[in-house]
Design a protein around this ligand. Structure first.
Ligand code: GDP
Ligand code: MN
Length: 378
């Protein structure tokens, strides 16, 4: 998960990196009040989880509180690279003498961390990196050793940064390691005209594998790539993954679901998604699962492939019948029930006799039928 700038800023401050005073607001009126508290002249900055806000008009200087309100009104609601601006940070402006770039990133290929630093930070760092790679220093960090004072001095020197940046490099390493981050980046880290070193912007990407100990950050509310159906399924405790094809797939147990994907692909169709209703799935879970799968417009047919174990097939059949009460089925449903109570399950579906539901007894047969139906055959 990426953090917002204001969250990264808070982390930097917690670890002793100097940042400008700032407040986060969601209304022009509150922006004006914040500007009064911060001394009148402020920078208004869109809080979105993407870079390039400056170039997109999402970072603006306001000369006084009234201007801060007007600027906030302009920036709030703006769309920056697909991210809607819901809050702005009102920050004390600083007089910049020089802009640097510093960051650490996990280098998966090398199996270690990399320090990246440049004396030419700011909004054009991508261009600098592309046209003059020699202006961007890359130094490998031994994760066991970390960023010692000597290492910090080495990074600063390699990037022609002032020695005063070295303590920031050490603190930033602490942020990376203590906060389970995969990436921390400060661009720009600035030297002010009165000689202070300040982090003016921050990007922090946390390792989602450590989400269980990152409760302080709450839910990610600004991920434009987040799949709404995945979120809806997760809220119901279902394991749903969106794919690119046309056959919706429901199965019980990861192994069966994975092989169902393979068999459908072998029949020439492509899975549209898959949903694992788990080993002990109830009728309720089946109904929820079917609802989620059917709300995906890409789905042309649905293949329910269940091997009854702990979940008996009659419970699954009950779930399908229950789901047919609440969802208006517009796509063909191919069901294959086998294992525990399979005969009873099949009988329940036969009794329901829904025109769009058909049963096959083998996995291959059912996969072929679902694929044919998805590809427009009969
Ligand atoms: P980004 O475009 O999303 O990376 O947003 P930044 O927070 O990095 O802001 C873009 C640029 O705005 C920075 O590179 C600075 O040049 C400028 N900027 C941001 N805050 C201040 C400030 O307090 N004073 C001045 N003079 N410039 C600022
Ligand atoms: Mn920046």
């Amino acid at each position: 998960m990426d953090l917002y700038e204001h969250q990264a800023r808070q982390l930097f401050a917690d670890y002793g990196i100097a940042v400008p005073d700032a407040e986060v607001v969601d209304r022009p009126r509150a922006a004006e009040e914040a500007a009064v508290r911060l001394g009148g002249r402020v920078v208004v900055k869109a809080q979105v989880k993407t870079g390039g806000r400056g170039k997109a008009g999402g970072v603006k200087l306001a000369a006084d509180p009234a201007a801060a309100a007007l600027t906030a009104r302009q920036i709030l609601g703006m769309d920056i690279k697909g991210h809607r601006v819901r809050t702005v940070m009102i920050a004390q402006p600083v007089d910049i003498e020089a802009e640097f770039y510093v960051g650490y990133v996990l280098d998966r290929a090398a199996g270690t961390f990399l320090a990246i630093a440049s004396a030419e930070g700011g909004m054009d760092i991508e261009e600098v990196a592309a046209t003059r790679p020699e202006a961007v220093a890359r130094i490998t960090i031994d994760p066991a050793e970390g960023v010692t004072p000597a290492k910090a001095a080495e990074i600063a020197e390699a990037a022609s940064l002032p020695a005063a940046v070295a303590p920031v490099l050490q603190s930033l390493w602490q942020v990376l390691t203590q906060e389970d981050a995969l990436l921390v980046e400060v661009n720009p880290l600035v030297r002010t005209t009165d000689g202070r070193i300040l982090a003016l912007d921050g990007k922090v990407t946390l390792d989602d594998n450590a989400r269980f100990r990152q409760s302080r950050w709450g839910a990610d509310t600004d991920d434009p790539h987040a799949e709404p159906l995945e979120a809806a399924a997760a809220a119901k405790g279902l394991n749903y993954v969106k794919l690119d094809g046309e056959v919706g797939i429901i199965g019980n147990g990861a192994g069966l679901v994975m092989s169902t994907l393979d068999v459908v692909a072998g029949c020439g169709a492509r899975p549209a998604n898959f949903l694992d209703i788990g080993g002990g799935a109830s009728a309720r879970v089946m109904a929820d699962g079917l609802t989620v799968i059917l709300s995906d417009p890409a789905v042309k047919s649905v293949f329910v492939n269940v091997f009854g174990g702990i979940t008996a097939c009659d419970a699954v059949a009950d779930g399908i019948v229950q789901a047919l009460e609440t969802v208006h089925l517009t796509k063909p449903l191919v069901v294959r029930l086998d294992g525990n109570n399979a005969a009873r399950g099949r009988a329940i579906l036969d009794d329901r006799a829904h025109p769009l539901v058909q049963q096959l007894t083998t996995m291959d047969g059912a996969a072929h039928r679902a694929s044919q139906l998805a590809l427009g055959g009969h």
